[in-house]
Design a binder for this molecule. Structure first.
Ligand SMILES: Cc1cc2nc3c(=O)[nH]c(=O)nc-3n(C[C@H](O)[C@H](O)[C@H](O)COP(=O)(O)OP(=O)(O)OC[C@H]3O[C@@H](n4cnc5c(N)ncnc54)[C@H](O)[C@@H]3O)c2cc1C
Length: 372
Protein backbone atom coordinates (compact mmCIF):
# COMPACT_ATOMS: atom_id res chain seq x y z
CA UNK A 1 0.00 0.00 0.00
CA UNK A 2 1.24 3.56 -0.76
CA UNK A 3 1.14 5.65 2.42
CA UNK A 4 1.78 9.39 2.66
CA UNK A 5 2.40 10.97 6.05
CA UNK A 6 2.11 14.76 6.36
CA UNK A 7 4.49 16.17 9.02
CA UNK A 8 7.86 14.94 10.27
CA UNK A 9 7.28 15.65 13.96
CA UNK A 10 7.26 12.74 16.41
CA UNK A 11 3.73 11.67 15.49
CA UNK A 12 4.45 11.66 11.74
CA UNK A 13 7.66 9.70 12.31
CA UNK A 14 5.84 7.23 14.55
CA UNK A 15 3.20 6.64 11.86
CA UNK A 16 5.90 6.30 9.20
CA UNK A 17 7.69 3.66 11.27
CA UNK A 18 4.54 1.71 12.16
CA UNK A 19 3.39 1.65 8.51
CA UNK A 20 6.82 0.83 7.08
CA UNK A 21 7.29 -2.04 9.56
CA UNK A 22 4.16 -3.58 8.08
CA UNK A 23 5.65 -3.49 4.58
CA UNK A 24 3.90 -0.38 3.25
CA UNK A 25 5.65 2.05 0.93
CA UNK A 26 5.86 5.29 2.95
CA UNK A 27 6.60 8.89 1.98
CA UNK A 28 6.76 11.68 4.59
CA UNK A 29 6.13 15.25 3.45
CA UNK A 30 7.38 18.02 5.74
CA UNK A 31 6.96 21.74 5.12
CA UNK A 32 10.17 22.85 6.89
CA UNK A 33 13.70 22.11 5.72
CA UNK A 34 14.01 20.00 8.88
CA UNK A 35 11.53 19.30 11.68
CA UNK A 36 11.10 22.51 13.69
CA UNK A 37 7.79 22.12 15.53
CA UNK A 38 6.87 21.05 19.05
CA UNK A 39 8.76 17.78 18.69
CA UNK A 40 12.18 19.45 18.79
CA UNK A 41 11.22 22.05 21.42
CA UNK A 42 10.29 19.87 24.35
CA UNK A 43 11.96 18.43 27.45
CA UNK A 44 12.53 15.04 25.84
CA UNK A 45 10.58 13.47 28.67
CA UNK A 46 8.87 10.21 27.83
CA UNK A 47 6.53 10.47 30.81
CA UNK A 48 4.09 7.58 31.37
CA UNK A 49 3.67 8.59 35.03
CA UNK A 50 1.69 11.65 33.86
CA UNK A 51 -1.03 9.65 32.11
CA UNK A 52 -4.40 8.71 33.54
CA UNK A 53 -4.70 5.06 34.54
CA UNK A 54 -6.27 2.80 31.93
CA UNK A 55 -5.96 3.16 28.18
CA UNK A 56 -3.71 6.22 28.10
CA UNK A 57 -1.24 4.73 30.60
CA UNK A 58 -1.18 1.48 28.60
CA UNK A 59 -0.43 3.39 25.38
CA UNK A 60 2.28 5.40 27.13
CA UNK A 61 3.96 2.24 28.42
CA UNK A 62 3.85 0.65 24.97
CA UNK A 63 5.27 3.89 23.57
CA UNK A 64 8.10 3.76 26.09
CA UNK A 65 9.05 0.25 24.95
CA UNK A 66 8.96 1.42 21.30
CA UNK A 67 11.17 4.42 22.13
CA UNK A 68 13.77 2.09 23.61
CA UNK A 69 13.52 -0.23 20.61
CA UNK A 70 13.79 2.56 18.01
CA UNK A 71 16.62 4.45 19.69
CA UNK A 72 18.62 1.28 20.25
CA UNK A 73 18.15 0.14 16.63
CA UNK A 74 18.98 3.61 15.28
CA UNK A 75 21.98 4.13 17.59
CA UNK A 76 20.38 7.20 19.21
CA UNK A 77 20.97 8.12 22.87
CA UNK A 78 18.07 7.45 25.24
CA UNK A 79 18.28 7.24 29.02
CA UNK A 80 15.68 5.18 30.96
CA UNK A 81 16.34 7.42 33.94
CA UNK A 82 12.91 7.34 35.63
CA UNK A 83 11.51 10.44 37.29
CA UNK A 84 11.22 12.00 40.69
CA UNK A 85 8.58 14.38 42.07
CA UNK A 86 10.13 16.07 45.09
CA UNK A 87 8.09 17.39 48.04
CA UNK A 88 9.01 20.31 50.32
CA UNK A 89 5.52 21.13 51.62
CA UNK A 90 3.17 18.96 53.69
CA UNK A 91 0.40 19.18 51.09
CA UNK A 92 2.79 18.00 48.33
CA UNK A 93 3.92 15.06 50.46
CA UNK A 94 0.27 14.20 51.21
CA UNK A 95 -0.54 13.97 47.49
CA UNK A 96 2.53 11.82 46.83
CA UNK A 97 1.63 9.47 49.67
CA UNK A 98 -1.98 9.20 48.54
CA UNK A 99 -0.88 8.50 44.97
CA UNK A 100 1.76 5.95 45.99
CA UNK A 101 -0.77 4.02 48.08
CA UNK A 102 -2.86 3.21 45.01
CA UNK A 103 -0.22 3.37 42.28
CA UNK A 104 0.63 -0.28 41.74
CA UNK A 105 -3.06 -1.22 41.60
CA UNK A 106 -3.53 1.43 38.90
CA UNK A 107 -0.58 0.17 36.83
CA UNK A 108 2.18 2.63 37.79
CA UNK A 109 5.64 1.47 38.86
CA UNK A 110 6.66 3.88 41.56
CA UNK A 111 7.71 4.15 45.20
CA UNK A 112 8.04 6.77 47.92
CA UNK A 113 11.55 7.78 48.93
CA UNK A 114 12.69 9.30 52.22
CA UNK A 115 15.07 12.32 51.97
CA UNK A 116 18.25 10.25 52.41
CA UNK A 117 17.19 7.93 49.57
CA UNK A 118 16.30 10.93 47.37
CA UNK A 119 19.77 12.38 47.85
CA UNK A 120 21.32 9.07 46.85
CA UNK A 121 19.49 9.22 43.52
CA UNK A 122 20.22 12.85 42.69
CA UNK A 123 22.79 15.47 43.61
CA UNK A 124 20.63 18.22 42.11
CA UNK A 125 18.03 18.91 44.81
CA UNK A 126 18.30 20.94 48.00
CA UNK A 127 18.34 18.84 51.16
CA UNK A 128 16.99 21.62 53.40
CA UNK A 129 13.25 21.16 53.94
CA UNK A 130 13.06 18.07 51.74
CA UNK A 131 10.23 15.80 52.92
CA UNK A 132 10.62 13.01 50.38
CA UNK A 133 9.86 12.12 46.77
CA UNK A 134 7.92 9.83 44.49
CA UNK A 135 10.29 7.89 42.27
CA UNK A 136 8.85 6.32 39.12
CA UNK A 137 10.76 3.75 37.09
CA UNK A 138 9.12 4.19 33.70
CA UNK A 139 10.32 7.56 32.36
CA UNK A 140 12.90 7.90 29.58
CA UNK A 141 14.97 10.89 28.46
CA UNK A 142 15.74 11.63 24.81
CA UNK A 143 17.42 14.63 23.19
CA UNK A 144 14.56 16.08 21.09
CA UNK A 145 16.29 17.98 18.26
CA UNK A 146 18.95 15.30 17.78
CA UNK A 147 16.49 12.42 17.94
CA UNK A 148 13.78 13.91 15.74
CA UNK A 149 16.31 14.91 13.11
CA UNK A 150 18.18 11.56 13.18
CA UNK A 151 15.19 9.21 13.02
CA UNK A 152 14.38 10.10 9.35
CA UNK A 153 17.82 8.87 8.18
CA UNK A 154 17.29 5.60 10.04
CA UNK A 155 13.77 5.14 8.67
CA UNK A 156 15.05 5.80 5.19
CA UNK A 157 17.98 3.43 5.47
CA UNK A 158 16.29 0.59 7.36
CA UNK A 159 12.75 0.74 5.95
CA UNK A 160 13.06 2.68 2.68
CA UNK A 161 10.84 5.53 3.95
CA UNK A 162 11.12 8.49 1.58
CA UNK A 163 11.25 12.06 2.96
CA UNK A 164 10.44 15.28 1.15
CA UNK A 165 11.46 18.19 3.37
CA UNK A 166 10.79 21.81 2.47
CA UNK A 167 7.51 20.73 0.86
CA UNK A 168 4.10 22.04 1.86
CA UNK A 169 0.94 19.95 1.46
CA UNK A 170 -1.89 22.27 0.39
CA UNK A 171 -4.75 19.77 0.30
CA UNK A 172 -5.53 16.08 0.70
CA UNK A 173 -8.14 13.84 -0.88
CA UNK A 174 -8.81 10.10 -1.03
CA UNK A 175 -6.36 9.64 -3.88
CA UNK A 176 -3.37 11.50 -2.39
CA UNK A 177 -1.95 14.93 -1.65
CA UNK A 178 -1.59 18.18 -3.56
CA UNK A 179 1.69 19.98 -2.94
CA UNK A 180 2.18 23.73 -2.97
CA UNK A 181 4.45 23.20 -5.99
CA UNK A 182 1.42 22.02 -7.98
CA UNK A 183 2.57 18.39 -7.96
CA UNK A 184 0.03 15.68 -7.03
CA UNK A 185 1.33 12.60 -5.19
CA UNK A 186 -0.84 9.48 -5.22
CA UNK A 187 -1.54 7.49 -2.04
CA UNK A 188 -3.83 4.68 -0.93
CA UNK A 189 -3.81 6.05 2.61
CA UNK A 190 -2.76 9.50 3.87
CA UNK A 191 -2.08 10.22 7.52
CA UNK A 192 -2.05 13.91 8.48
CA UNK A 193 0.10 14.75 11.53
CA UNK A 194 0.30 18.51 11.15
CA UNK A 195 0.63 19.38 14.84
CA UNK A 196 -0.56 22.87 15.79
CA UNK A 197 -1.24 24.01 12.21
CA UNK A 198 -5.03 24.30 12.27
CA UNK A 199 -5.19 26.62 9.29
CA UNK A 200 -4.05 24.57 6.29
CA UNK A 201 -5.64 21.12 6.32
CA UNK A 202 -9.22 20.50 7.51
CA UNK A 203 -9.44 23.81 9.45
CA UNK A 204 -13.22 23.58 9.85
CA UNK A 205 -13.00 20.19 11.58
CA UNK A 206 -10.19 21.24 13.90
CA UNK A 207 -11.93 24.47 14.84
CA UNK A 208 -15.27 22.82 15.56
CA UNK A 209 -13.55 20.10 17.62
CA UNK A 210 -12.44 22.81 20.06
CA UNK A 211 -8.76 22.36 19.38
CA UNK A 212 -6.56 24.85 21.25
CA UNK A 213 -3.00 26.10 20.85
CA UNK A 214 -0.75 26.31 23.88
CA UNK A 215 2.56 28.18 24.11
CA UNK A 216 5.27 27.10 26.57
CA UNK A 217 8.48 28.96 27.49
CA UNK A 218 11.64 26.95 28.05
CA UNK A 219 15.37 27.42 28.51
CA UNK A 220 18.50 25.38 28.84
CA UNK A 221 21.52 25.70 31.14
CA UNK A 222 25.01 24.46 30.31
CA UNK A 223 26.49 21.36 31.92
CA UNK A 224 26.83 22.67 35.51
CA UNK A 225 30.18 20.94 36.21
CA UNK A 226 32.23 18.25 34.44
CA UNK A 227 30.45 14.90 34.76
CA UNK A 228 27.53 16.40 36.72
CA UNK A 229 24.34 14.33 36.29
CA UNK A 230 20.93 15.08 37.79
CA UNK A 231 20.32 11.32 37.85
CA UNK A 232 16.65 11.25 36.89
CA UNK A 233 13.99 13.57 35.48
CA UNK A 234 12.98 16.01 38.21
CA UNK A 235 9.68 17.73 38.96
CA UNK A 236 8.44 19.66 41.97
CA UNK A 237 5.15 19.91 43.86
CA UNK A 238 3.80 22.41 41.32
CA UNK A 239 3.73 19.63 38.75
CA UNK A 240 1.25 17.64 40.82
CA UNK A 241 -1.50 19.99 39.64
CA UNK A 242 -0.45 19.70 35.99
CA UNK A 243 -0.55 16.03 34.97
CA UNK A 244 -3.82 14.14 35.06
CA UNK A 245 -2.52 11.10 36.98
CA UNK A 246 -2.63 12.97 40.31
CA UNK A 247 -6.31 13.76 39.85
CA UNK A 248 -7.01 10.40 41.50
CA UNK A 249 -5.90 12.04 44.79
CA UNK A 250 -8.50 13.85 46.92
CA UNK A 251 -5.67 15.73 48.69
CA UNK A 252 -4.79 17.50 45.43
CA UNK A 253 -7.54 20.09 46.00
CA UNK A 254 -5.87 21.39 49.13
CA UNK A 255 -2.54 21.77 47.34
CA UNK A 256 -4.21 23.59 44.42
CA UNK A 257 -6.03 25.94 46.79
CA UNK A 258 -2.81 26.77 48.65
CA UNK A 259 -0.93 27.56 45.41
CA UNK A 260 -3.82 29.67 44.12
CA UNK A 261 -3.85 31.72 47.33
CA UNK A 262 -0.08 31.95 47.86
CA UNK A 263 1.25 32.39 44.32
CA UNK A 264 -1.63 33.22 41.93
CA UNK A 265 0.91 34.36 39.32
CA UNK A 266 1.84 30.70 38.79
CA UNK A 267 -1.74 29.78 37.92
CA UNK A 268 -2.07 32.88 35.74
CA UNK A 269 0.80 31.71 33.51
CA UNK A 270 0.29 27.95 34.01
CA UNK A 271 3.74 27.56 35.53
CA UNK A 272 5.08 24.33 36.94
CA UNK A 273 8.75 23.39 36.88
CA UNK A 274 10.70 20.40 35.66
CA UNK A 275 14.26 19.49 34.67
CA UNK A 276 15.69 16.96 32.25
CA UNK A 277 19.31 16.39 31.26
CA UNK A 278 20.42 15.48 27.75
CA UNK A 279 23.41 13.45 26.60
CA UNK A 280 25.60 16.58 26.46
CA UNK A 281 24.83 17.22 30.14
CA UNK A 282 22.77 20.33 29.38
CA UNK A 283 19.69 20.73 31.55
CA UNK A 284 16.38 21.66 29.94
CA UNK A 285 14.12 23.69 32.23
CA UNK A 286 10.57 25.01 32.01
CA UNK A 287 7.71 25.74 31.67
CA UNK A 288 4.58 27.92 31.35
CA UNK A 289 1.25 27.60 29.52
CA UNK A 290 -0.56 30.36 27.61
CA UNK A 291 -3.50 29.61 25.33
CA UNK A 292 -4.93 30.78 21.98
CA UNK A 293 -5.38 34.59 21.93
CA UNK A 294 -2.82 35.02 24.72
CA UNK A 295 -0.09 33.68 22.44
CA UNK A 296 2.40 36.29 21.22
CA UNK A 297 5.56 35.65 19.20
CA UNK A 298 7.52 37.43 21.93
CA UNK A 299 8.75 35.63 25.03
CA UNK A 300 8.16 37.16 28.43
CA UNK A 301 11.01 37.92 30.84
CA UNK A 302 8.52 37.92 33.69
CA UNK A 303 7.56 34.31 32.92
CA UNK A 304 11.19 33.19 32.65
CA UNK A 305 11.92 34.92 35.98
CA UNK A 306 9.00 33.11 37.67
CA UNK A 307 10.11 29.75 36.29
CA UNK A 308 13.66 30.45 37.53
CA UNK A 309 12.39 31.52 40.96
CA UNK A 310 10.40 28.34 41.38
CA UNK A 311 13.25 26.12 40.15
CA UNK A 312 15.77 27.68 42.52
CA UNK A 313 13.55 26.86 45.50
CA UNK A 314 14.60 23.20 45.16
CA UNK A 315 17.03 22.69 42.27
CA UNK A 316 20.66 22.92 43.35
CA UNK A 317 23.15 23.16 40.48
CA UNK A 318 26.84 24.08 40.89
CA UNK A 319 26.53 26.54 37.99
CA UNK A 320 23.57 28.26 36.33
CA UNK A 321 24.48 29.50 32.87
CA UNK A 322 21.52 29.87 30.52
CA UNK A 323 22.64 28.99 27.00
CA UNK A 324 19.35 28.96 25.06
CA UNK A 325 15.78 30.21 25.43
CA UNK A 326 12.83 29.28 23.21
CA UNK A 327 9.14 28.60 23.17
CA UNK A 328 7.08 25.85 21.62
CA UNK A 329 3.44 25.57 20.65
CA UNK A 330 1.41 22.40 20.83
CA UNK A 331 -2.13 21.43 19.89
CA UNK A 332 -4.40 20.46 22.74
CA UNK A 333 -7.88 19.12 23.20
CA UNK A 334 -9.50 19.70 26.58
CA UNK A 335 -10.82 16.17 26.80
CA UNK A 336 -9.04 13.00 25.73
CA UNK A 337 -5.38 12.37 25.00
CA UNK A 338 -5.57 12.57 21.18
CA UNK A 339 -7.88 13.77 18.41
CA UNK A 340 -8.09 11.18 15.62
CA UNK A 341 -10.55 11.66 12.76
CA UNK A 342 -11.19 10.50 9.19
CA UNK A 343 -12.25 13.62 7.27
CA UNK A 344 -12.43 11.78 3.94
CA UNK A 345 -12.23 8.09 3.06
CA UNK A 346 -8.63 6.79 3.38
CA UNK A 347 -7.45 10.03 4.96
CA UNK A 348 -6.72 9.89 8.67
CA UNK A 349 -5.67 12.83 10.76
CA UNK A 350 -4.23 12.87 14.22
CA UNK A 351 -3.22 15.71 16.54
CA UNK A 352 -4.03 17.28 19.92
CA UNK A 353 -1.54 15.34 22.00
CA UNK A 354 -0.91 18.37 24.20
CA UNK A 355 2.07 18.06 26.52
CA UNK A 356 2.31 14.30 26.01
CA UNK A 357 3.20 13.90 22.34
CA UNK A 358 6.69 12.56 23.00
CA UNK A 359 5.20 10.13 25.49
CA UNK A 360 2.25 8.88 23.46
CA UNK A 361 3.08 9.05 19.72
CA UNK A 362 4.70 5.67 19.16
CA UNK A 363 1.90 3.91 21.02
CA UNK A 364 -0.85 5.85 19.24
CA UNK A 365 0.63 5.11 15.80
CA UNK A 366 1.13 1.43 16.66
CA UNK A 367 -2.47 1.11 17.83
CA UNK A 368 -3.70 2.71 14.58
CA UNK A 369 -1.71 0.44 12.24
CA UNK A 370 -2.39 -2.68 14.31
CA UNK A 371 -6.12 -2.11 13.88
CA UNK A 372 -5.96 -1.80 10.07
C1 LIG B 1 7.86 23.32 25.14
C2 LIG B 1 7.24 21.97 25.03
C3 LIG B 1 7.60 20.98 25.94
C4 LIG B 1 7.04 19.72 25.84
N1 LIG B 1 7.51 18.69 26.60
C5 LIG B 1 7.10 17.43 26.37
C6 LIG B 1 7.72 16.34 27.02
O1 LIG B 1 8.74 16.47 27.71
N2 LIG B 1 7.17 15.09 26.88
C7 LIG B 1 6.10 14.89 26.06
O2 LIG B 1 5.62 13.75 25.99
N3 LIG B 1 5.58 15.89 25.32
C8 LIG B 1 6.07 17.14 25.45
N4 LIG B 1 5.55 18.17 24.73
C9 LIG B 1 4.49 17.88 23.73
C10 LIG B 1 5.07 17.32 22.43
O3 LIG B 1 6.26 17.99 22.09
C11 LIG B 1 4.03 17.45 21.34
O4 LIG B 1 2.80 16.88 21.75
C12 LIG B 1 4.48 16.72 20.07
O5 LIG B 1 5.77 17.11 19.72
C13 LIG B 1 3.52 16.95 18.94
O6 LIG B 1 4.04 16.26 17.82
P1 LIG B 1 3.40 16.42 16.39
O7 LIG B 1 4.17 15.53 15.48
O8 LIG B 1 1.92 16.26 16.49
O9 LIG B 1 3.61 17.98 16.04
P2 LIG B 1 4.92 18.78 15.53
O10 LIG B 1 6.15 18.32 16.17
O11 LIG B 1 4.59 20.22 15.65
O12 LIG B 1 5.02 18.37 14.01
C14 LIG B 1 4.07 18.75 13.03
C15 LIG B 1 4.83 18.91 11.74
O13 LIG B 1 3.92 19.00 10.66
C16 LIG B 1 4.44 19.93 9.73
N5 LIG B 1 3.31 20.41 8.93
C17 LIG B 1 2.17 21.01 9.38
N6 LIG B 1 1.34 21.28 8.35
C18 LIG B 1 1.97 20.85 7.23
C19 LIG B 1 1.61 20.85 5.85
N7 LIG B 1 0.43 21.34 5.43
N8 LIG B 1 2.50 20.36 4.95
C20 LIG B 1 3.69 19.85 5.36
N9 LIG B 1 4.08 19.81 6.66
C21 LIG B 1 3.22 20.30 7.57
C22 LIG B 1 5.06 21.01 10.60
O14 LIG B 1 6.03 21.75 9.88
C23 LIG B 1 5.68 20.17 11.73
O15 LIG B 1 7.03 19.82 11.49
C24 LIG B 1 6.07 19.45 24.83
C25 LIG B 1 5.70 20.46 23.94
C26 LIG B 1 6.29 21.69 24.03
C27 LIG B 1 5.89 22.75 23.02
Amino acid sequence: MRVIVVGAGILGLAHAWAAAKRGHSVTVIERSAQASGASIRNFGMVWPIGQMPGESLEIALESRALWLEATQAAGIWANPCGSMHVAYREDEWNVLQEFAAQSSQLGYQCELLQPTEVLKRTQAVRSQGLLGALFSHTEVCVNPPKTIRTLPGWLQEKYGVQFQFGTQVNSVDSSGVHLATGVKLAADVTVVCSGSDFETLFPEILQSAGMRKCKLQMFKVALPAPGFRIGTHLASGLTLRHYKNFQVCASLNQLKARIAAETPELDRYGIHVMASQNDAGEIILGDSHLYDDEIEPFDSDEIDALITRELLRWLDLPQWKVVERWHGIYAKLDSGFVFEYEPIRDVFACTGLGGSGMTMSFGIAERFWRSR
